[in-house]
Write a protein that binds this ligand. Structure first.
Ligand code: NAP
Length: 284
């Protein structure tokens, strides 16, 4: 039996990993969220990992509230940096592989072409800074690691898609930022990327997003089109929608390492959102 140890199992990605491996009788998932294992507690992490001795740890836990991280700095460092450090230390004790998820927010976000894994990082807010320190800890403490930077993630949980659909219930028009460009990525595509790496020795830092680019406003239009909504999307500027934490204007990631080491090409964002919406509408 192959044991996969999941942290943050109640989050969007944690649930997707469960869905992906459901029904596989060769895989045992050990699911934990903060109630079962607080990843910031090194002793508890090492104890549990030494007991379970997993094949791999998939760290789906994070402090993902980007704006809140600006004020909740200690917790952001604890969850986004110390947590992955603790898991990496534990992974090495039992020879497990370590899968860690990072973010496009590690970049400055004012580029003009997709960022590769070889481009300079320069995070602009606490979320990105703490996630970057998490990457460094994983690189330092885990021998067999996959760090996968993703972006604009949506799946089973609270996310942008559901917020827009909710707003469309009570509004004829919505105002959405049209000058931030990125690649919406479903947890299903990210889980597929993880699955493509986890059974290999192809270790290192990877970008893992859907192909293609759009703005948040374009993304919203596609969501409404797929849902058959007539709600109008007004494209506004970032300046018209101020947030406590600065958002990257251009945070497109090139899955360069995946492409050159495995030839893997991720689904286009439009195909991924179509798959997601179909399932969402069928289940409602
Ligand atoms: N969402 C995005 O748009 C996005 C974009 C780029 C990268 N990412 C990265 O992708 C990964 C998965 O994101 P996601 O959207 O699936 O996150 P999510 O839905 O916010 O799930 C994170 C989970 O981690 C749990 N958690 C928080 N602190 C913990 C602790 N100390 N110990 C154990 N578990 C803890 C959370 O519990 P509580 O809810 O109780 O806090 C939650 O269940 C993260 O690494 C994130 O940084 C996400």
């Amino acid at each position: 039996m192959i044991k996969l140890f999941i942290t943050g199992c109640n989050g969007q990605l944690g649930r997707e990993i469960n869905k992906k491996y459901a029904g596989r009788d060769d895989i045992e998932l050990i699911n934990t969220d903060v109630a079962e294992l607080d990843i910031t507690n090194v002793d508890a992490v090492v104890k549990m990992i030494e007991e379970v001795k997993p094949y791999a740890i998939i760290n789906c836990a994070a402090h993902t509230a980007v704006d809140k991280c600006e004020d909740d700095v200690d917790n952001a460092y604890k969850i986004n940096a110390i947590g992955p450090r603790n898991l990496s230390i534990a992974a090495n004790k039992v020879g497990a592989k370590m899968v860690h998820i990072s973010t496009d927010y590690v970049f400055e976000g004012n580029g003009t072409k997709p960022y590769t894994e070889f481009d300079e990082t320069n995070p602009q807010g606490m979320y990105g800074r703490t996630k970057l320190e998490g990457e460094k800890f994983v690189e330092k403490f885990a021998d067999k690691y996959f760090i996968i930077r993703t972006a604009w993630l949506y799946g089973d949980g609270k996310n942008f898609v559901k917020t827009m659909l909710r707003l469309s219930e009570t509004n004829d028009e919505v105002r959405v930022v049209g000058d931030q460009i990125g690649s919406p990525t479903s947890t299903a595509v990210l889980a597929d990327i993880i699955d493509n790496l986890i059974w290999t020795d192809n270790y290192g830092l990877f970008h893992g997003t859907c192909e293609g680019v759009c703005s948040w406003a374009d993304f919203t239009e596609e969501i409404f089109r797929l849902a058959g909504k007539t709600t109008k999307v007004n494209h506004i500027t970032t300046a018209e929608y101020p947030t406590p934490a600065k958002r990257p204007a251009y945070s497109v990631l090139d899955n360069y390492m995946l492409k050159i080491t495995t030839g893997y090409v991720a689904a286009d964002w439009k195909d991924a959102i179509a798959v997601y919406m179909k399932e969402l509408l069928e289940n409602n």
